[in-house]
Write a protein that binds this ligand. Structure first.
Ligand SMILES: C[S@@+](CC[C@H](N)C(=O)[O-])C[C@H]1O[C@@H](n2cnc3c(N)ncnc32)[C@H](O)[C@@H]1O
Length: 220
């Protein structure tokens, strides 16, 4: 299936932009992991948050539900129709929240603009070079000592993980055009450590759709 040209020419972004109206149908699958991201992102009182690849605002909503006293939240995505749907989820923060149409690899915000950066369900979709570029941008946006909380499509450890990932790749061949991206990751932690973060915690959340949630720190 050929995707239309994307904002910025990115096929992945085009995929999500075209399906923005249907995206929230899968949010129930992500709920426990999104709440886990909010938990690992704590403390959130008075902090400046940048949510990369915000989509329809699932991570942002989980953060706000957990702590409405967030100082500010910038919800970044390159797909305009996803951002349109995120905007209502930011409403509880009023003027302290905004959407920003931008590539997660080049966000027009100053170095150190965030105390917390969150990334929900983007990194597993990207090929390794783009993944490292997003993590480098997250690192740039964080103040020294700032914290990253991320979730990816993950997998069980060991043999079961290999079976799960092979099954997923089989599914992508059966359903071409319906599934995008690189597929479930074996382990996000070494990737994040390789991008210059100190990993604090990582949780695997089982389900039809396994998730791996992680928190890390930009060294001071
Ligand atoms: C699977 S959705 C995740 C949305 C949301 N974070 C969540 O957890 O529900 C991936 C999002 O990443 C966005 N995206 C993909 N590549 C991007 C890029 N290079 N820059 C910014 N956003 C990007 C897509 O537009 C889409 O909204």
């Amino acid at each position: 299936m050929t995707e239309a040209p994307a904002p910025g020419g990115d096929r992945l972004v085009a995929f999500f932009d075209r399906r923005a109206g249907a995206y929230d149908r899968q949010l129930w699958l992500e709920g426990p992991a999104l709440r886990a991201v909010a938990e690992l992102a704590e403390p959130l009182v008075g902090v400046r948050v940048v949510d990369l690849a915000t989509g329809t605002g699932g991570v942002a909503a989980a953060l706000i539900a957990r702590e409405p006293r967030i100082a500010s939240l910038v919800a970044v995505d390159a797909a305009p129709h996803m951002l349109e749907r995120a905007a209502p989820r930011l409403a509880p923060l009023g003027a302290r929240a905004r959407t920003l149409l931008a590539d997660a690899r080049a966000v027009p915000l100053a170095d150190g603009a965030a105390d917390v950066v969150t990334i929900g369900y983007l990194l597993h979709l990207l090929e390794p070079g783009a993944r490292m570029a997003v993590l480098a941008e997250a690192r740039r946006l964080l103040r020294p000592g700032g914290r990253l909380a991320a979730v990816v499509h993950g997998s069980p450890r060991g043999f079961h993980g290999r079976v799960y990932r092979a099954g997923w790749h089989g599914l992508t061949r059966i359903l071409p055009g319906a599934i995008v991206g690189e597929g479930p990751m074996a382990d996000l932690a070494p990737v994040v450590a390789g991008a210059g973060f100190e990993v604090d915690a990582t949780w695997r959340i089982p389900g039809v759709y396994w998730s791996q949630v992680l928190s890390a720190r930009r060294p001071s």
